[in-house]
Design a protein around this ligand. Structure first.
Ligand code: 5RP
Length: 229
């Protein structure tokens, strides 16, 4: 994986991941080519996985050969097979939805172990995050995505101290935490005192007037804020 590539990065500075939440593969490929030079990880977004299938994973891997690629499957069942599909088509990481049964998490995790890749637990909609995290830790999962979903954001769910506190607890438990959900340059300082591993930005990059400049600005702001510590 990935573990090697991730651990090569500068200690303490979160990586930047762009989420390609498209339903058109050609549009996603065009955007990946433009912004990949300014990010660390390229995410094949869930809508893209559903619209274009594993062909999307394969195509993004092909146009971003030197980037980490995450397949955001948000897998709810058939974890082993979906992990094989993600990794077999070039992904370094894939996500499993937090509501999935432990058997599904274990099945995806075992394939990831065999392939030297990683899975991430996606926390959208999970209410008892800390209790579930204990169970995922027993399986061996190391990464999770703390996510304010698009629909929650549209329903006016703002980031809160409760979010920050749960993220902090997960990091204390030893998890590597990715934060996402409508992140912009302006919202980065909310997480600045937390040693998060990865920050995902989707719309803030691909819907910007100048996506490469938006990605560059996010990356330099991440370096400025986390580099001060
Ligand atoms: C939606 C997702 C998105 O990829 C994630 O929210 C990042 O995109 P944005 O920065 O636009 O919110 O997983 O379910």
């Amino acid at each position: 994986m990935t573990q090697t590539a991730l651990s090569d990065k500068k200690e303490g500075i979160p990586l930047l991941q762009v989420a390609l939440d498209y339903i058109s593969l050609p549009s996603a490929i065009a955007m990946a080519v433009r912004v990949a030079p300014f990010v660390d990880i390229v995410e094949v977004g869930t809508p893209l996985c559903k619209a274009a299938g594993v062909e999307a994973v394969r195509a993004i891997r092909e146009v971003c050969p030197d980037k980490l690629v995450l397949a955001d499957f948000k897998t709810p069942d058939v974890g082993g097979l979906e992990a094989q599909l993600a990794f077999g088509n070039g992904a370094d990481m894939m996500s499993v939805i937090g509501g999935a049964p432990l058997a599904t998490v274990r099945a995806a995790f075992e394939v990831a172990q065999q392939e030297n890749k990683e899975i991430l637990m996606e926390l959208t909609g999970v209410r008892d995050i800390l209790a579930r995290a204990e169970e995922w830790r027993e399986i061996g999962v190391q990464r999770m995505v703390y996510h304010r979903g698009w629909d929650e954001e549209a329903a006016d769910r703002a980031w809160s101290d409760d979010d920050r506190s749960v993220i902090g607890r997960l990091i204390e438990m030893g998890f590597k935490v990715t934060v996402t959900g409508g992140i912009t340059v302006e919202s980065l300082p909310l997480f600045q005192d937390l040693p998060v591993s990865v920050i995902i930005a989707g719309r803030a990059i691909h819907r910007a007037d100048d996506p490469p400049a938006a990605a560059q600005r996010l990356r330099s702001e991440i370096h400025r804020l986390w580099g001060q510590q």
